[in-house]
Design a protein around this ligand. Structure first.
Ligand SMILES: NC(=O)c1ccc[n+]([C@@H]2O[C@H](COP(=O)([O-])OP(=O)(O)OC[C@H]3O[C@@H](n4cnc5c(N)ncnc54)[C@H](OP(=O)(O)O)[C@@H]3O)[C@@H](O)[C@H]2O)c1
Length: 320
């Protein structure tokens, strides 16, 4: 089968197209014929190992699993004798940041993995972009404890995480103030944001409104600047570690002090979250934003583009 592999950490140039043997499912595994995957910031983060800490999961010196692609959408080709939740021919999607594997014509999964059936009427193309950004967004929203009727500010509303956060917060009945680039104002409004701030014209940290949650989905702000925007007991969450890892140690400190504080939730990949997200796509409350589609042969360019931090929503890889 055709696959994109990386044998060492580094720039997009470490990614090569090659032929691998077609995997055979063990008793507790499922073989998926891949149609679409994405290149996302999880893939590029593991590929570059820019944060050394990622190597504790992916391999200290060289990658343990050479095929990236944590998001996938495909058709079940065969199942092991102990797998009963999915049957041959089922259309499935999911997220796997342990073994990855979506950048290949076939991948293996376990039925207990974070995956679900694609709802009726939803294309494989759309399904491939459901999981990565949205599962981070969902985990952070839940951790913040925000309630219906409260207000959240989402900075970086056009990333995979930010665009999912805006839509999911609206689903939970939260009032959303979203910050984005001039060219994307209409897109952010269409996602349901109540107020849109154009960061090229205004500095959101100067707004007088107070929020229960300030969610920096692009990791470009810092707690000191956003603290005045928080209500008493309001929380600040960022997708980045912050200067000298301050978002992590301040989160530990905030647990002791209470009041306005940073949270740094550890992301989880859960099957139940995939089922929740599938239901949101089916009822129309969440629609993944898709920027560009590359074919597998051009995957290096996709890594380059995603690594620029400029993508709008998600970047698809068409496998077949
Ligand atoms: N290390 C990991 O494993 C990992 C995994 C996932 C995510 N993350 C982090 O999570 C963050 C978000 O990732 P993502 O995939 O959702 O999105 P992304 O690829 O980082 O895209 C960011 C979006 O934010 C916008 N943006 C850029 N500069 C901005 C600014 N100064 N103010 C507001 N918006 C700005 C960009 O559009 P415009 O340029 O048009 O504004 C783009 O649409 C990143 O910081 C990423 O590193 C890390």
């Amino acid at each position: 089968m055709k696959a994109a592999i990386y044998k060492k950490y580094g720039s997009p140039d470490v990614v090569q197209i090659t032929e691998l043997s077609k995997p055979v499912p063990a008793d507790d595994e499922i073989l998926i014929r891949m149609y679409f995957s994405t290149v996302n910031r999880t893939d590029t983060g593991f590929r570059s190992a820019e944060y050394f800490i990622s190597r504790f999961w992916s391999g200290l010196f060289v990658p343990k699993y050479q095929v990236l692609g944590c998001e996938f959408a495909g058709i079940v080709e065969s199942t092991g004798s102990n797998s009963s939740s999915f049957k041959v021919g089922d259309a499935v999607f999911g997220f796997n940041d342990q073994r990855f594997g979506g950048h290949a014509e076939y991948m293996l999964a376990k039925e207990t993995d974070a995956m679900a059936k694609i709802p009726e009427g939803i294309s494989l193309e759309t399904a491939a972009a459901i999981a990565e950004g949205a599962h981070y967004a969902l985990g952070n929203i839940r951790a913040s404890g925000i309630q219906k009727g409260q207000t959240a500010l989402v900075y970086g509303a056009t990333g995979a995480i930010g665009s999912a956060a805006v839509q999911l917060l609206k689903y939970f009945g939260v009032r959303v103030v979203a910050v984005g680039n001039t060219k994307n104002i209409e897109l952010i409004r269409n996602m349901g944001a109540d107020v849109v701030i154009d960061y090229q014209k205004e500095d959101f940290t100067q707004w007088k409104e107070k929020y229960h949650l300030v969610f920096d989905a692009v990791g470009k702000s810092y707690f000191g600047a956003c603290r005045p925007l928080l209500e008493n007991n309001g929380v600040y969450i960022s997708t980045e570690l912050g200067k000298n890892g301050e978002n992590v140690w301040r989160a530990v400190w905030g647990k002791i002090t209470g009041g306005k504080r940073i949270l740094f939730p550890i992301p989880e990949s859960k099957k139940s979250d995939m089922e929740f997200l599938a239901a949101r796509v089916a009822d129309g409350s969440f629609s993944p934003v898709i920027d560009k589609t590359y074919v597998l042969d051009d995957i290096k360019e996709a890594h380059q583009y995603v690594g620029s931090g400029q993508k709008t929503g998600n970047v698809l890889i068409k496998i077949r």
